[in-house]
Ligand binder design. Structure first.
Ligand SMILES: [Ca+2]
Ligand SMILES: [Ca+2]
Ligand SMILES: [Ca+2]
Length: 227
């Protein structure tokens, strides 16, 4: 009985007998709305098309995830040498825009080790860099955009830092360290930690190395850039 109802009810809908609108799914290119297979005739084959979809759920499909442009961590100066100055005066991190278009960073954030939101109007040009630091006066006026991450700093033993798009999704993260396979020269000896490969895993020690020059290359291409 249940099966009979299950067949007859959609059939009555299909034929317009219940007073409900005649089904027009899937969209038909025929002059007849009920010509579901668009063969020019409303027939049994149209009914079979409809029955093949019996039980389908018709809620809205979940939204497609947004594909955010790839903005990447390119340099970390987490422990400036004491001869350069204090961490709070010279620490910075650098981001690189690998995309072919300028990207508006308003609403983007740094999270985990740092807690920072890019201000209204913040932009990173295609193929260019921005510097984020707790000491914007140190790096301002040198030809590249500088943003202030506010209080706090980069841990001298390493930590996780994530870059998030306005919807909160992580575009890229890095978990740097000063032990194991990681180059130790950036840990207070002068160089920064520069990315060697944009295509490399940002969590891998082999994707990074010490900058050639003390203090690194803020706002500019890294001294060793292998891709
Ligand atoms: Ca530090
Ligand atoms: Ca230091
Ligand atoms: Ca650089």
């Amino acid at each position: 009985m249940h099966f009979l109802l299950a067949v007859l009810f959609p059939l009555s809908c299909f034929l317009g007998l219940s007073g409900a609108p005649v089904l027009s799914w899937p969209p038909s290119s025929s002059a007849c709305e009920s010509d579901l297979n668009s063969d020019g005739v409303v027939g049994l084959s149209d009914l079979l098309v409809m029955l093949s979809h019996f039980g389908d759920h018709c809620e809205d499909a979940p939204p497609e995830p947004i594909e955010w442009p790839l903005i990447q961590f390119s340099e970390l100066h987490y422990n400036p040498s004491s001869s350069q100055g204090s961490d709070s005066e010279f620490e910075f991190l650098e981001l690189y825009n690998s995309d072919t278009a300028n990207v508006i960073l308003s609403g983007w954030t740094l999270s985990e080790g740092l807690n920072m939101s890019f201000p209204e109007g913040a932009t990173i040009a295609a193929g260019e860099f921005v510097v984020i630091t707790t000491a914007p006066l140190t790096y301002a006026g040198l030809g590249y955009p500088v943003y202030d991450w506010g209080s706090g700093g980069l841990n001298n033993s390493g930590e996780l830092i994530a870059l998030r798009a306005p919807d909160g999704s992580v575009v890229e993260s890095v978990a740097f360290s000063d032990t194991g396979e990681w180059d130790t020269a950036p840990d207070g000896q002068g160089p920064s930690l520069e990315r060697l490969f944009l295509t490399g895993d940002p969590h891998s020690a082999f994707t990074w190395s010490a900058s050639v020059s003390s203090g690194g290359t803020p706002g500019q291409a890294n001294s060793l850039w292998l891709d």
